[in-house]
Ligand binder design. Structure first.
Ligand code: GCB
Length: 663
């Protein structure tokens, strides 16, 4: 039997803690690149094609088998990775990327907890195999939650965490067996523990008079369905042997002069000739250098502005890095281009400044969630959502409650949608989740998140958690460490955690830069009593600002609404009730945004799936759009407001003909 991290049924997972010796490494890097990022030992550049890099997308049909054995461990005991999955037992077709839960009619698969196995055979271009100077990398955009990956039966990597990419170099494995197709096996386990992010626990019910043999449930403290599987594209890509491993970019400007501070790391050579070129939209070079780090300075800078704040928003330059390297046998070149938006972010005691101008977040909270595909990546859905965001006049969203696909952030860069980038620190309610193992994992996740998203101009703030039980004594040290660490990783962006309206949960608040508060007055508090909103919301803002003198974002507010349900006078769950909740909140925002409130993010953009329970009727219905992306009445209220706000606080682009008739 193969020894494996899974020690007990349903995958009680051994955590990777990568040794705190990394701290020393951070300190060294900080010393050479002050005012910039401290990162993991290797980069995680998004796989892009270039004249030196090829990408092969493995999206499509994979073979799939859930390990339904009582201890969920048969796949490891019988080494399913050693042969074709179909030879181990019955397999079904599975779409990748997609959550597996809603794909079949099998209720046991929908609610399955434990290991599921995916497999795909790939024909690899022969040049990739024969050319020893080519690195072949297997990359998984994300798989929820814990993954083990084999190629031709050889384990190539493991990853702990459900929302960030991981990869493995597989050239040597496929070259060892060049004649056979490359068989990729990925085992994914969705079991959550007190130390995962988000946390969860498995609870067994052993009373035979009430429950079938082996009955157990997974308990969680978050309000979305724990969709699982391979959620984002699986790719193979190549680089030359000596390659550009990471690029870090920090931007600034003074009057009309732009500055791009950059650092490039290369692998498999101590140094190599390099050419760095910054190009404008028309591919004209505006600055260049032949050093692996430095500052590019150029005139007539075009800043990256948020959507609706400028008539030429989301301007992107391109930083092209060209690496030349040679060994005794050949010359390799590597080219990688990263989009660069020149913008700054600063926070004062009352304002959130982008490019030194006050920015007001009028946006949404989202989920990666849709019918059938669950949390699976889907371009049609993404493009539709961006069209809806722009229709709404939204200038921002929060990646509640986990990092979204990189392709979504690329869309934000290109459309000027500002992002609060949240890690999966949601549902941290149990005191045992404040221990050292949890903290170490949380720090690792922040490292991975910042490493992946640091260069996106759209990302303006990190959120380290949502509504943690921050009234518990260990929360203070926990959040102090986490927030301080995140600021060390990235000195250019503010950091927050999202609190709920329980005012006692503020042990982390002294360390955040912006206070983000969720509240549901007249819903969870005083349900049905719309008249409490003005007074309770006013009290909420005055209390937080009075104590901390930091700008405040209303990071969630809303009401569940069943589309098509009506009542006048308004009653809970009707479209009219949602309208009045929104309008009552808006009246208070209008008073406070003159002072220190810097944003409002509706909960939620669209209805989304949750675990089943007595408060959820086939999911959470607080969307202003249905799960199928059709507007409820509240969407029109929000749209009118957001365009009005844009008109006041920004500059509506001349080309935008928005249908509210306000311009
Ligand atoms: C919250 C949570 C969010 C829930 C929402 C609700 O405070 O942050 O995850 O979905 O409330 O609708 O209850």
């Amino acid at each position: 039997m193969t020894s494996h991290p899974v020690k007990c049924p349903h995958g009680s997972l051994k955590m990777f803690t990568l040794g705190r010796s990394r701290w020393l490494w951070y300190l060294c890097l900080c010393a050479v690149l002050p005012g910039s990022f401290c990162l993991l030992a290797t980069g995680m550049l998004f796989p892009r094609e270039s004249s030196s890099r090829e990408v092969k997308d493995l999206s499509g049909l994979w073979s799939f088998r859930a390990d339904k054995s009582p201890n969920r461990n048969q796949g490891f005991e019988k080494a399913w990775y050693k042969s074709r999955l179909a030879e181990t037992g019955p397999v079904i077709d599975m779409a990748v990327p997609a959550s597996f839960n809603d794909i079949t009619q099998d209720p046991k698969l929908r609610d399955f907890i434990g290991w599921v196995w995916y497999e795909r055979e790939v024909l690899v271009p022969s040049r990739w195999v024969t050319d020893e100077g080519t690195r072949v990398v297997l990359r998984v955009g994300s798989a929820h939650y814990y993954s083990v990956v084999w190629v031709n039966g050889v384990k190539v990597t493991e990853h702990n965490g459900g929302h960030l990419p991981f990869e493995a170099e597989i050239g040597s494995v496929i070259r060892a067996d060049p004649k056979s197709p490359c068989r990729i096996t990925i085992a994914v386990n969705n079991t959550l523990t007190l130390e995962t992010l988000p946390p969860g626990t498995i609870q067994y019910f052993n009373d035979p008079t009430k429950y079938p043999d082996g009955f157990f449930v997974q308990n969680t403290n978050f309000d979305f369905f724990n969709y699982a599987g391979i959620h984002r594209p699986v790719l193979l890509y190549t680089t030359p042997k000596v390659y550009i491993d990471d690029i870090t970019v920090v931007t600034d400007f003074l009057d009309s002069t732009g500055f791009v501070k950059y650092k490039i790391s290369i692998q498999n050579a101590v140094e190599a000739p390099i050419k760095v070129t910054l190009m404008d939209k028309n591919r004209h070079c505006v600055a260049s250098s032949n050093k692996s780090s430095g500052v590019l300075k150029f005139t007539d800078v075009q800043l990256w502005w948020p959507y609706l704040m400028h008539d030429n928003p989301a301007y992107l330059y391109s930083l092209e890095v060209h690496l030349m390297a040679a060994d005794e046998r050949s010359t390799y070149g590597d080219i990688y281009t990263v989009p660069v938006g020149i913008r700054t972010v600063h926070v004062t005691s009352t304002q959130f400044l982008i490019n030194n101008k006050p920015f007001y977040f009028h946006g949404v909270n989202k989920h990666e969630d849709s019918d059938i595909r669950g949390k699976g990546f889907d371009w049609s859905l993404i493009v539709k959502d961006f069209n809806l965001l722009k229709w709404l006049g939204a200038n921002s969203f929060r990646t509640s409650h986990y990092p979204y696909a990189e392709e979504i952030l690329q869309m934000c860069d290109r459309h000027g949608i500002v992002v609060i980038d949240e890690c999966p620190g949601v549902g941290i309610k149990d005191i045992r989740s404040f221990g050292n193992t949890s903290l170490a994992h949380h720090l690792d996740v922040m490292d991975e998140l910042v490493r992946r998203d640091k260069n996106h101009p759209s990302v303006v703030m990190w959120s380290v958690a949502n509504e943690p039980a921050a009234e518990m004594p260990p929360a203070e040290v926990y959040f102090k460490t986490l927030i301080t660490h995140t600021k060390t990783l990235d000195v250019t962006r503010p950091v927050t955690y999202i609190t709920d309206s329980n005012y006692a949960r503020d042990r982390g608040a002294p360390y955040v830069d912006v206070i983000c508060v969720n509240s549901y007055f007249s819903w969870y508090h005083d349900p049905g009593h719309l008249d409490v909103i003005p007074i309770q919301l006013n009290t909420q803002f005055e209390n937080w600002y009075g104590k901390y003198q930091k700008p405040i974002i209303q990071s969630e507010y809303g009401a569940d609404t069943v589309p098509g349900l009506h009542s006048d006078p308004p009653m809970m769950f009707t479209e009219e009730y949602q309208n009045v909740v929104l309008q009552s909140y808006h009246n208070v925002f209008d008073q406070k945004r003159k002072k220190y409130v810097v944003g409002e993010l509706i909960w939620n953009f669209a209805d989304f799936m949750t675990t089943q329970g007595v408060t959820r009727v086939v999911g959470n219905k607080k969307g202003v759009f249905s799960r199928q992306r059709q507007p409820k009445a509240a969407a029109f209220i929000l749209k009118e407001r957001y365009w009005k706000l844009a008109n006041e606080t920004g500059k509506i682009p001349f080309w935008t003909k928005y249908p509210c008739g306000l311009v």
